[in-house]
Design a protein around this ligand. Structure first.
Ligand code: FES
Length: 212
C-alpha cells in the first residue's frame, strides 16, 4: 500500500510560497505493508508448489482421480454392453423369416389341395423350439405351387378341403372358400392367407405368410 506526505521543509518544487509546506507528493511504502505483500507472494508460490495445476486448472490429484474414473467407466461399459446384448437382443429380434421345406413337388397331386405337415424351428425370446405346422398346397400344372395358411381368415379355425364340393369348408361359422382361396360364403372377411413360395432342388419351400 502507498500513501503520500507533504514535504516538511515546505520549499519543494511545487511550492509557490517559500517557508510553507510544499505541495509535491512524496510516495513511500510502510514496512508493514511491504512485509504483507512479500508474505502473500510467498504463500501464493508455496500453494502453487504444493498443488501444481494443469492448463485446465485441475490439480494433479483431481486429474488422476478423474482419469481413473474414466478408465473404470470405459472398462465397465465394455463389459456391460455385450452382457446386455446377450440378454436383451434375442427378445428384440424379429421372428425368424427363414425358408422352410414343407414337401417335395412330386408328393403333391395336380389339381387337389393337399394338407401337409412340416417342422419348423422357432425362437421365443431366449427359447429355441421345434414345432409342427400345417399348410395347404395346390398345384394346377405341377410347376406352379400355391401354399395357403392353415387358419380361416374369420377367427382362425382350421378348415378342410371338401373334394365333393370342390370347396374349403370352415366348421366354426360355416365359412366357405373356393379352390383359389376366395371367399364363397360365410363371415370370413378376406381370402385365405398365402405363403411366399419357392422351389429348391425339387422341394417346396415357404417363407413369409401374407394376407390377401
Ligand atoms: S372361423 Fe372360419 S368361419 Fe369363423
Amino acid at each position: 500500500m502507498s500513501r503520500y506526505r507533504q514535504d516538511p521543509e515546505g520549499d519543494g518544487p511545487g511550492s509557490d510560497r517559500p517557508g510553507l509546506p510544499g505541495s509535491e507528493l512524496v510516495f513511500s511504502r510502510e514496512p508493514a505493508a511491504e512485509a504483507e505483500n512479500v508474505d502473500r507472494m510467498l504463500r501464493d508460490r508455496l500453494s502453487v508448489a504444493e498443488h501444481p495445476t494443469t492448463q485446465a486448472g485441475w490439480t494433479r490429484r483431481t486429474f488422476l482421480r478423474n482419469g481413473l474414473l474414466a478408465m473404470v467407466g470405459a472398462i465397465s461399459a465394455g463389459i456391460a454392453v455385450p452382457v446386455a446384448r446377450y440378454f436383451v437382443d434375442p427378445a428384440l429380434r424379429e421372428p425368424d423369416a427363414q425358408w422352410v421345406a414343407i414337401a417335395t413337388i412330386d408328393s403333391i397331386p395336380t389339381g387337389v389341395p393337399t394338407r401337409v405337415e412340416y417342422v419348423k424351428r422357432t425362437r421365443d425370446a431366449w427359447r429355441r423350439m421345434t414345432s409342427r405346422f400345417t399348410a395347404w398346397v395346390l398345384t394346377k400344372d405341377g410347376e406352379e405351387f400355391v401354399v395357403y395358411g392353415p387358419d380361416c381368415t374369420h377367427l382362425g379355425c382350421a378348415y378342410r378341403w371338401e373334394e365333393s364340393k370342390q370347396r374349403f369348408l370352415c366348421p366354426c361359422h360355416t365359412g366357405v372358400f373356393d379352390i383359389d382361396g376366395n371367399v364363397v360364403s360365410g363371415p370370413p372377411p378376406r381370402p385365405l392367407d398365402r405363403f411366399d413360395v419357392r422351389i429348391v432342388n425339387g422341394e417346396i419351400e415357404i417363407g413369409k405368410l401374407n394376407k390377401m
